[in-house]
Design a protein around this ligand. Structure first.
Ligand code: 3HC
Ligand code: NAI
Length: 705
């Protein structure tokens, strides 16, 4: 095994290379190795200065995130942080100048090590950041104390509370780094270190005072930071604790400030928020791994794409391809439909330009990648076609048969269907290995989730290609099985069932929505449906009635049907679950909906009562976990964490709660099972515990290992 830290000498400069693939995380031995290397360089008469650099594609990307799971108590955390802080101080005490040479990313502990060096040289395309809050913690290796000393409180607060990395020009201008490398980074850093070495110029970040000298300005930045967070960081504590720690850098000396950081870090690392966010970090990456699709499965190059159907979804999907620089044909039935589709796309991009999110040049370039068409000309050059025509089986089957005729044999044929059986299209195409579901979420150009639906005969190459493509499109791809509604919509049916029934039992529309937004969702079920359209759900229910199916087990509330019959489709008609003033999206509660719910409840013999918010959350979350368990036992999702990823990216489920399956684990599966049984007793037999839920409880396990 190669050394974690290599020691070489060039031109009287010691080069310490951290070599801990894939991202040089500070796993066991890394920090120790750096300290040893610095000590060796200090004792080496042939060395005047030291450069610290990362091997491979990046500098140090931070602490090894797996370690946080081992810090179960404050005491364990405090002991570990004390060791780390002391080690970094000893490194900073080097008598010979230390220069960090940063390429790729210096994140979290990586930036904290770089700041413990005396100087920093940065590749022009590198980034530095303190993304710890995205893991429910604060910088814990001195970052909250050293960063404000380099760049002042305001930027330190911005970096430590938003977690967004900063590019080289900004880092240089702010004083976080000392130099943007010209030419080869290592050569440049060695040259820089030689000059500092000749002058024996050491500069300890912890001794700098200039940028924090104006205490009032610093404290004002803390107050402003807290005010912003009060509006933007609902339900999480880590960003607030980061401000507290930075405030300590302004008001206490370095050592006392570091002590405060250790204490606040310990509060965070032992929290459920941290456990949930760390779970989501690994869940995102696990989702890209499909057990029977090996890493070396051939991936087809996607250089050209085509989309069929220039409606709501097709237009958004074409934008995804164009945004990723992939030329895309956009086909619809006639000129008018294509023109409408292109006009919507243009309007979306123009709004991005108006908001400063897109340059006029990028607008022109991106628009030119989308070619509208009403014919199949040029389809033979496409590497993938995504079908997004109306949700109609016959139409889709005809479309797939046509696509098989006009595309090359290797072309992937993807469908954006939300409910139909892709195996039927696969057979209609005559090349089922190439057929796969690409279920985008609306608006397709915004929502990050891509459910990749695997049919009976979908090839491994098509799956591997879809996963790689998802990443290229900036999406999170999750492979799911071909059941009704796949994972996301199958579970949402249970979420909606409970919401409707709670309404009939006596809860209010804004009460249900309010309880769920308080829980952390961006919008509750009724507000969401007013955006998506009550007519959309109605059409699906009609289709199911014809085929004798139900979206979810149990009583089918007819409240949404009554709204549909009244022409209340949601925001687009000015009324749905709420009322809307012309031109406004403000939700105004409408007592009429409550009357409809009462009348439907009477028809079904439901006695109305006062429902409390706790019951709303408990009923809805239990329904999600139970159905999720069923999806797992039937094999339509690979692992519980995939369901969490689907929910967080598809419906804005709060990441700091960890997704519905992780949340169930935090509640405790015995409690979840007891609730299912209680509801069965109280509400009816349709509340059946999933076999997997019973099995896990019997074995004393959770959904996640
Ligand atoms: N610890 C452990 N594993 C890590 C890791 C880390 N800090 N960062 C990345 N990995 C792993 C990933 O899990 C993945 O493993 P896998 O291949 O087995 O799934 C592998 O490294 C590659 O990661 P990505 O797929 O994310 O690679 P990318 O090239 O897309 O992105 C990156 C690279 C930008 C560095 C991204 O991995 C990233 O953002 N990592 C996390 C950075 C971070 O949050 N750092 C702060 C950690 S907390 C900290 O430092 C606390 C300190 O204050 C004490
Ligand atoms: P839409 O009605 O907005 O657009 C459908 C488009 O397909 C129309 O422009 C129509 O002219 C066109 N079309 C119909 N037949 C065609 C043909 N033979 N060749 C070319 N174009 C044809 O519908 P929407 O909402 O975009 O839905 C499309 C698909 O995406 C459906 O399968 C739907 O279930 C699915 N979907 C919809 C979501 C949504 O929120 N709207 C979310 C996820 C999936």
């Amino acid at each position: 095994m190669p050394d974690l830290i290599r020691y070489d000498v060039r031109d009287r400069v010691a080069i310490l290379t951290v070599d801990n693939p894939p991202v040089n995380a500070m796993g066991p031995g890394v920090l120790e190795g750096i300290e040893d290397g610095v000590a060796r360089a200090n004792a080496d008469a042939g060395v005047d200065a030291v450069v610290l650099v990362g091997a491979g594609s990046t500098f140090i990307a931070g602490a090894d995130i797996k370690i946080f799971g081992t810090l179960k108590t404050r005491e364990q955390s405090l002991a570990r942080s004390e060791g780390t802080h002391a080690r970094l101080k000893r490194i900073e005490d080097s008598a010979k100048p230390l220069v960090a040479a940063i390429h790729g990313n210096a994140l979290g502990g990586g930036l904290e090590i770089a700041m413990s060096c005396h100087y920093r040289v940065m590749a022009p395309d590198a980034k530095v950041g303190q993304p710890e809050v995205l893991l429910g913690i604060i910088p814990g290796a001195g970052g909250t104390q050293r960063l404000p000393r380099l760049c002042g409180a305001a930027l330190a607060i911005e970096m430590c509370t938003a977690g967004k990395p900063v590019p080289a020009p900004k880092a240089l201008a702010a004083g976080i780094v000392d130099r943007a490398a010209v030419g080869n980074l290592l050569d440049d850093a060695i040259e820089f270190a030689r000059a500092k070495g000749a002058a024996r110029a050491v500069r300890k970040t912890r001794d700098l005072t200039d940028k924090i000298a104006d205490r009032d300005a610093g404290l004002a930045a803390c107050a402003a930071g807290r005010k912003t967070l009060a509006a933007t960081a609902k339900g999480v504590q880590a960003p607030f604790k980061a401000v507290d720690a930075i405030e300590a850098a302004l008001t206490l000396g370095f050592d006392a400030g570091s002590g405060r950081e250790r204490s606040l870090f310990a509060d965070c690392v032992t929290s459920t928020e941290c456990r949930a966010l760390v779970h989501m970090f690994f869940a995102d990456r696990e989702a890209a791994k499909v057990p029977d699709v090996p890493k070396d499965t051939p991936v087809l190059a996607i250089a050209r794409a085509a989309v069929i159907g220039a409606g709501t979804m097709g237009g958004g999907i074409a934008m995804c391809y164009a945004n990723a620089g992939i030329p895309v044909l956009l086909k619809d039935v006639d000129e008018a439909a294509v023109r409408r589709g292109m006009a919507t796309i243009r309007k979306n991009y123009e709004s991005s330009v108006a908001k400063g999110r897109m340059t006029p040049e990028a607008f022109g370039r991106t628009m030119s990648l989308i070619t509208p068409t009403t014919a199949y000309d040029d389809f033979e050059r496409a590497d993938i076609v995504v079908e997004a025509v109306f949700e109609n089986m016959d139409l889709k089957k005809t479309t797939f048969a046509e696509l098989a005729r006009v595309t090359k044999p290797a072309c992937i044929l993807a469908s954006n269907t939300s409910t139909l059986d892709i195996d039927e299209f696969a057979q209609a195409s005559g090349r089922p290995g190439q057929v796969i579901g690409h279920h985008f979420f609306s608006p397709a150009n915004v929502m990050k989730l891509l459910e990749i639906v695997r049919g009976r005969e979908t090839s491994k190459e098509a799956i591997a290609t879809s996963l790689a493509l998802a990443k290229k499109l900036g999406k999170v791809g999750v492979v799911v099985g071909n059941c009704f509604g796949f994972v996301a919509n199958r579970m949402i049916a249970y979420y909606m069932r409970e919401a409707y029934l709670l309404l009939e039992e006596g809860a209010g529309v804004s009460q249900v929505d309010g309880a769920l937004t308080e829980f952390g969702l961006p919008v509750g079920p009724f507000g969401m449906q007013d955006i998506a359209g009550i007519d959309v759900g109605w059409r699906i229910r009609q289709h199911l009635k014809l085929t004798g199916q139900k979206r979810a087990e149990g009583p089918q509330s007819e409240v949404p049907d009554r709204l549909y019959e009244m022409g209340r489709y949601g925001q687009k008609t000015g009324a749905g679950w709420y009322r809307y003033e012309a031109g406004s999206r403000t939700r105004i509660p409408d007592p009429l909906v409550d009357e409809i719910a009462a009348s439907e409840a009477a028809k079904r013999g439901v006695t109305r009562r006062k429902v409390d918010d706790g019951e709303i959350i408990s009923r809805i979350m239990t329904a999600l976990a139970n159905e999720g368990a069923r999806i797992l036992e039937e094999g339509y999702a690979t692992r519980a964490s995939d369901i969490d990823v689907v929910y967080c990216y598809g419906f804005g489920y709060p990441r700091h709660v960890g997704g519905p399956m992780f949340y169930a684990d935090t509640v405790g599966l015995p409690t979840v099972l007891a609730r299912v049984k209680e509801y069965r007793e109280r509400l009816g037999d349709y509340w059946k515990p999933a076999a997997l839920l019973e099995k896990l409880v019997a074995e004393g396990k959770g959904f996640h290992a």
